[in-house]
Design a protein around this ligand. Structure first.
Ligand SMILES: Nc1ncnc2c1ncn2[C@@H]1O[C@H](COP(=O)(O)OP(=O)(O)OP(=O)(O)O)[C@@H](O)[C@H]1O
Ligand SMILES: [Mg+2]
Length: 277
């Protein structure tokens, strides 16, 4: 079963870019030393973009994602989310934004242990005060969507890495956020699982979500339409991926996969197509 959205994901309140960073600086003050995490970043991301963030370890990717996800605040400069300066939001407004507008996916899944897949997916809806029956129904639909309907009562430790990440994505989608942020979502996964996860992001992007994914891998970044490379806390390059005809992600998927993996992906795509009917 495929979830139908009441309205497209990109329909959000403001006009102009969904994300706008203006001279944004992040300084980590550890007491003895100050670390410059981000140095005067200027960046905009429009609604409906699919962006990959790349760069060597320590270049500031997670620092950026934490700020974009309102998990951390800039030291200097401005971050406008949907036209609103995040610095001017109250803590309550911020947690509301995090819950309703942003779906965050982490490298290490961050599921709650000893809590079923279903309950993990329900959680953001619990915060949003969605009634129990509706929550359960929607959590089940989301798990179906990521191919885990039959696993809804499993605990995280009873799931594979790829399955855990799919639960985490279902959880990120719980409140239909217009923005999906994923910090190395495939960092702990094998090639086949990584592709399943990226296919999911690609589908969400097609449905109108704005998706920003951090990755170390060129093959994963190839799924995105735009690649921003960071170096030493600064934007080093910002380029558009040339997709299609011929050179699209489908071809890259084939390049990356062994035959047996390909069959698995084909099954998934077939199921998706049947579901979509
Ligand atoms: N909580 C923190 N306290 C102090 N310094 C930090 C903190 N978090 C990050 N840094 C520093 O900020 C810089 C950027 O770190 P960040 O985690 O954003 O890198 P990254 O690009 O995500 O790296 P990786 O690819 O290894 O995940 C690094 O020099 C790092 O040491
Ligand atoms: Mg990081």
């Amino acid at each position: 079963m495929v979830l139908r959205r009441k309205k497209p994901l990109h329909e959000t309140a403001g006009s102009g870019p969904l994300l706008k960073l203006e001279n944004l600086v992040k300084i980590y003050d550890t007491g003895a030393i100050k670390v410059l995490g981000l140095k005067k970043i200027n960046l905009t991301v429009d609604r409906g973009e699919f962006v990959a963030i790349m760069g060597h370890s320590g270049s500031g990717k997670s620092t950026l994602m934490n700020i974009l996800g309102c998990l951390d605040r800039p030291t200097l400069g401005h971050y406008y989310l949907d036209g609103v300066d995040v610095a001017e939001m109250t803590p309550d407004e911020l947690s509301d934004i995090r819950n309703r507008k942003i779906g965050f996916v982490f490298q290490s899944f961050n599921l709650i242990s000893r809590t079923s897949a279903l309950k993990n997916v329900e959680l953001p809806m619990t915060y949003a005060r969605v009634p129990k029956a509706k929550r359960v129904e929607r959590a089940h639909m989301l798990l179906e969507r990521v191919g885990l309907g039959a696993r809804q009562d499993h605990m995280p430790n009873e799931l594979s890495g790829g399955q855990r990440q799919r639960v985490a994505i279902a959880r990120a989608l719980a409140n239909e956020p217009p923005l999906i942020l994923a910090d190395e979502p495939t960092g702990n996964l094998d090639t086949a699982s990584s592709i399943e996860i990226m296919e999911l992001f690609r589908q969400l992007h097609k449905e109108g979500a704005t998706v920003v994914v951090v990755t170390h891998e060129e093959d994963i970044a190839a799924f995105a339409d735009r690649v921003i490379r960071f170096s030493d806390g600064q934007v080093q390059s910002d380029t558009l991926n040339t997709h299609h005809p011929g050179g699209g992600p489908d071809d890259r998927v084939e390049d990356m996969l062994k035959v047996e993996d390909m069959l698995k992906v084909e099954d998934i795509l077939k199921e998706e197509a049947e579901d979509a009917d």
